[in-house]
Design a protein around this ligand. Structure first.
Ligand SMILES: Nc1ncnc2c1ncn2[C@@H]1O[C@H](COP(=O)(O)OP(=O)(O)O)[C@@H](O)[C@H]1O
Ligand SMILES: CC(=O)N[C@@H](CCC(=O)OP(=O)(O)O)C(=O)O
Length: 301
């Protein structure tokens, strides 16, 4: 445990510490056995292969969810790591509406970085923190079936959109007591692998698992409008916020993934700041939660 954490805890009296635990009890009871899909973004991943002494607080939160009876499933990004590797190899990264234009050589780097480096770094971090995880890509167990994405902004190359999700491999891992850690690479019916936006992959997986929650961790406190976080938005709000340009760039695939997840069966979708310490615990185990809740229904803003 890090020094700053023990200092905060030391400021609480013994009865205040007990009170915090007691207040979490109804949420622990409510969510027992429920599936929570957590999307851990490339802009927030802190697992650091060079600093094995440092335990990533997000990983601790996810292990906490598991230990109190929820069933976490992790889908990770790694966009920044891909761009770093492309640059190191002398390639330029190119994006259209938050999606990476993926030619053949770029796809090789995507697979190497997402399926290899980032995935194994996270799995190793879970193991080091005492919880066995298994890292897979969407190719394994035919988890993410995709087709080439047709995008109005131009040909994106080997970018896939999810056409189907086969959840068998996830159910096998969950029932074996493992935390599944998924890299967003999909496969089409010919065996061609595609780069899938991690938010889209997480949304599709959350929907297919009828998850209690999909939680998208990013580097902003939620959906922002004029400098403030919107605590709750509906599908209609989102369409309007995209239309007026308030939601743009990487937030567009994120909110589309939220709507997709809700449409296909996820119950609640949240966008939180993964850089805020223990944001996941605050969302799941406190009354008001934090970040933005995305829900179906009529406009709220
Ligand atoms: N209305 C908005 N509210 C919050 N962030 C927004 C909004 N519109 C665009 N963004 C951008 O979306 C980014 C998050 O998307 P992205 O960079 O793809 O995150 P991640 O790497 O975590 O998936 C934010 O850092 C912000 O720059
Ligand atoms: C098609 C597409 O854009 N794929 C993403 C996959 C990784 C990702 O989504 O990572 P973040 O969540 O960290 O942004 C990419 O190549 O960057």
């Amino acid at each position: 445990m890090q020094a700053s954490e023990s200092t905060v805890s030391d400021k609480l009296s013994v009865s205040e510490k007990a009170q915090v635990l007691i207040e979490a009890l109804p949420y622990i009871q409510k969510f027992a056995g429920k599936i929570v899909v957590v999307k851990y973004g490339g802009s927030t991943i802190q697992a650091d292969g060079d600093r094995p002494d440092r335990i990533d607080p997000v990983i601790l939160d996810i292990i906490w969810l598991k230990q109190v009876g929820l069933q976490p499933v992790v889908v990770h990004g790694g966009g920044k790591a891909i761009t770093k590797m492309l640059n190191a190899l002398g390639h330029q990264a190119q994006f259209v509406d938050g999606l990476r234009v993926t030619d053949g050589p770029t796809m090789e780097v995507v697979e190497m970085v997402l399926g290899g480096q980032v995935n194994k770094q996270l799995v190793a971090a879970f193991g080091a923190a005492g919880s066995p995880a298994v890292g897979i890509t969407g190719v394994d167990g035919h988890l993410l079936q995709v087709r080439k994405k047709n995008h109005p902004g131009g040909d994106l190359g080997l970018v896939g959109e999810v056409a189907g999700v086969q959840t068998g491999v996830l159910k096998a891992l969950l029932s074996g007591g493992f935390i599944p850690v998924i890299a967003p690479i999909g496969v089409d019916e010919h065996g061609t692998r595609y780069n899938v936006n991690a938010d889209s992959a997480a949304g599709a997986i959350a929907g297919a698992l009828s998850a209690e929650k999909l939680i998208l961790l990013t580097d902003v406190p939620g959906i922002m409008q004029n400098g403030t976080v919107l605590s709750e938005v509906t599908a209609a709000d989102i369409l309007r916020l995209i239309d007026e340009g308030t939601i743009h760039g990487g937030m567009v695939p994120k909110v589309e993934a939220c709507l997709n997840a809700l449409e296909y069966g996820a119950r609640h979708v949240h966008i939180l700041n993964g850089n805020e310490r223990h944001a996941l615990l605050l969302e799941v185990f406190t009354k008001n939660g934090i970040g933005t809740l995305v829900r179906g229904g009529e406009p709220t803003v």
